[in-house]
Design a protein around this ligand. Structure first.
Ligand code: HEC
Length: 144
């Protein structure tokens, strides 16, 4: 449950990040790479939306498949990760790798949730995937 204090903290962080000076590191990518990466990003968001919808209707295996195929370790080829990774600073690349690992862990947790009804565990694991989206977006940008 979100307490009044935690809601306040979330609001405070949102205001701070909206007004703080630009501190993200600029990453310059060749235009085609940038386009490709932003296409991946939009697919990531669609996938998160699918996953939450599938969890809401207790379709755990489908949620696991979407996560593994489109965000997890099995998605590296789909996203051209090895190619893109070369253009990223090492620490940024590492966040991307963490995200893929977290998505594969989520897939396992979601499959288990089908058996033992662990929806809370599944959402916990999904939140760990999203932490990597947040971490990378807080640290890096490609648009000038
Ligand atoms: C390794 C770094 C990294 C990770 C991980 C990452 N992103 Fe991004 N994402 C970026 C960068 C950099 C941009 C461009 C931001 C800018 O230049 O202002 C971006 C942009 C986006 C955009 C805008 C796309 C567009 O068309 O402009 C969306 C949507 C997005 N990310 C979703 C996600 C979601 C959802 C996740 C997690 C599942 C995620 N991203 C994980 C780095 C990352």
């Amino acid at each position: 449950m979100l307490t009044r204090t935690s809601l306040f903290l979330i609001a405070a962080v949102m205001v701070l990040s909206a007004t703080a000076e630009e501190q993200r590191i600029q990453v310059d990518l060749p235009p085609m790479m940038q386009e490709h990466m932003m296409g991946n990003m939009r697919d990531h968001l669609v996938t998160l939306q699918m996953i939450t919808q599938l969890l809401a209707s207790q379709q755990y295996d489908q949620a696991a498949d979407a996560a593994e195929q489109r965000l997890g370790m099995s998605s590296l080829e789909l996203h051209g990760a090895s190619h893109l990774g070369k253009f990223m600073p090492e620490a940024m690349n590492a966040i991307g790798t963490k995200m893929h690992h977290a998505a594969s862990r989520f897939a396992i947790t979601a499959r288990n949730a089908a058996v033992d009804g662990g929806l809370e565990m599944a959402f916990g694991a999904l939140s760990e995937v999203m932490q990597q989206c947040v971490a990378c977006h807080a640290g890096y940008k490609v648009h000038k």
